[in-house]
Design a protein around this ligand. Structure first.
Ligand code: NAD
Length: 258
């Protein structure tokens, strides 16, 4: 996927959860193509990431709709426009449904489904008025398939794929595309944090959790790197992807070919 250099010059992008992992890599890819990036994160660490990218930082905890509304308003006010929205912030909690805390369910659905809805609601209208926009939702392979013990994550990501389709239908005639990227396991702190618990549960070393559990259904036997997700997101912002919309794009090492 090659894209013309500087093709995002003059554009402003908002990337949620860009203080780490995939969001950080997407923010860097967009900056590399000339965009100004507004980094959001609930952690203050996002400020240094934003400064390193020559962008700006808005701290907000997106597990409440009020904070998502504030982020949309502040992002628009700070730059006068948001051309690209990347809904990326998320986290995993692993527990059987019978023991899944309701508060954790509510927090996860708030962050990974309601916040993308609130941000889309606030920012898609101005994009349509401007006649150009890109919304990229970082879903997951769990938007397409399920795993036991991941009820809230799987429900939120399936919901995000549905929101993606509706937004694509509503915005398509106005130069705005809306797509979801559905990665399998990406080498980030979110995945690294799951290793000790899974190793303990299964009674195997952490390295074997990667090779025997995470990569077991994959055709390509390696983790995805964050910058590979960044490259796909960047492609979706390009003119070459102007007719691609409403998709839940697997980036899954061949997992769903099974
Ligand atoms: P990560 O933990 O490296 O980064 C997530 C970032 O989101 C962190 O900086 C964190 O502070 C921020 N965040 C968490 N809760 C937040 C909140 N309430 N408000 C604002 N920011 C918040 O994780 P990652 O692996 O880069 O995951 C990013 C996205 O990619 C998530 O939506 C995740 O579900 C998705 N995803 C990850 C993988 C993977 O294997 N890593 C695979 C598929 C999808």
């Amino acid at each position: 996927m090659s894209t013309p250099s500087g093709f995002l010059s003059g554009k402003t992008a908002l990337v949620t959860g860009a203080g780490s992992g995939i969001g950080r890599a997407i923010a860097a890819a967009l900056v590399g193509a000339g965009a100004h990036v507004i980094v959001n994160d609930k952690r203050g660490a996002g400020k240094a990431i934003a400064e390193g990218l020559g962008g700006s930082f808005i701290q907000a905890d997106l597990s409440t709709p009020e904070e998502a509304e504030r982020l949309a308003a502040e992002a628009l006010a700070s730059r006068g426009r948001v051309d690209i929205l990347v809904n990326n912030a998320g986290f995993q909690h692993v527990s059987p449904i019978t023991e899944f805390p309701v508060a954790k369910w509510t927090e996860m659905l708030g962050l990974m489904l309601t916040a993308p809805f609130v941000l889309t609601k606030g920012l898609m209208g101005p994009m349509m008025e401007a006649g150009w926009g890109r919304i990229i939702n970082i879903a997951s392979i769990h938007a397409l398939i399920a795993s036991p013990n991941k009820a809230a994550y799987t429900a939120a990501k399936h919901g995000l794929a549905g929101l993606t389709k509706v937004a694509a239908l509503e915005a398509g005639a106005h130069g705005v595309t809306v797509n979801a990227i559905c990665p399998a396991y990406v080498r980030t702190p979110l995945v690294e944090a799951q290793l000790p618990a899974q190793a303990a549960t299964l009674g195997i070393p952490e390295e074997e959790v990667v090779s025997k559990v995470m990569l077991e259904p994959a055709a390509i036997k390696r983790l995805i790197e964050p910058n590979e997700v960044g490259a796909l997101a960047l492609f979706l912002t390009s003119d070459a992807a102007a007719t691609i919309t409403g998709l839940a794009l697997p980036m899954d090492l061949g997992w769903t070919a099974r």
